[in-house]
Design a protein around this ligand. Structure first.
Ligand SMILES: *[C@@H]1O[C@H](CO)[C@@H](O)[C@H](O)[C@H]1NC(C)=O
Ligand SMILES: *[C@@H]1O[C@H](CO)[C@@H](O)[C@H](O)[C@H]1NC(C)=O
Ligand SMILES: *[C@@H]1O[C@H](CO)[C@@H](O)[C@H](O)[C@H]1NC(C)=O
Length: 184
């Protein structure tokens, strides 16, 4: 229960979208290699799982940059009813032999959650997945499609949805993020 509350508060702070499911996490396969330097910089959120709270957020972007301590600064921005909201998180690589399995958190003292890159070509798209077991009987999933541009082609969309499907992730809960009339 405590973990659920933490997840929910993380969700509120970070606009994390999540989906609860029964059973264990899908057997998703992160990339074997990830060049974090090429991954840094600005990404537009194009799709994500429906928010548990249906928070209406538009114009969501993330900017990843290296910090002095080698961790990654995560700067998320969005707008709610035209008002800008942002959150700063910290990400790092817990195990150097698993370079696409980052861990991220948005509040000091909060537990880190997984941030797995299932696929990226660095210059166009990234397919990100996160799943945590809650009690052994259930799990919480987070999923995002990020792009270097504020839109993706129908062809690329189909390819990236297929990537989720191939990883056992149900795409029916993916919802497109509004990226029009954004000021940044
Ligand atoms: C991303 O963050 C870095 C570090 O704070 C900053 O130098 C850079 O200008 C930012 N990029 C964008 C596109 O906002
Ligand atoms: C890092 O991951 C490898 C491969 O899964 C595993 O064998 C190793 O025990 C991990 N190291 C740590 C410190 O967790
Ligand atoms: C990916 O990005 C590169 C560099 O911006 C571009 O040349 C290429 O056409 C893009 N590929 C796709 C499939 O969008």
């Amino acid at each position: 229960m405590e973990k659920l509350i933490v997840l929910v508060s993380v969700c509120l702070v970070t606009v994390f979208a999540q989906k609860f499911g029964f059973g264990s996490c899908p057997n998703a396969k992160p990339l074997a290699q990830l060049d974090i330097n090429r991954y840094l910089g600005k990404w537009y959120e194009i799709y994500k799982f429906n928010s548990f709270f249906e928070i209406n957020q538009e114009c969501i972007t993330a900017n990843y940059s290296i910090k002095a301590d080698g961790h990654i600064k995560v700067f998320n921005r969005g707008t709610t009813n035209g008002k800008e909201v942002s959150a700063v998180g910290d990400a790092y690589l817990p195990n150097a032999t698993l370079p696409a399995q980052l861990a991220v958190r948005f509040a000091t003292g909060a537990p880190y959650g997984p941030y797995w890159v299932l696929d990226t070509d660095y210059t166009n798209y990234s397919v990100v997945f996160s799943c945590e077991a809650l009690t052994g009987l259930a799990h919480a999933e987070f999923a995002w499609i990020l792009s270097r541009k504020n839109t993706i082609s129908a062809e690329l969309k189909q390819q990236l949805f297929q990537k989720f499907t191939d990883n056992g992730v149900d795409t029916s809960a993916l919802k497109q993020t509004v990226q029009t009339n954004c000021s940044y």
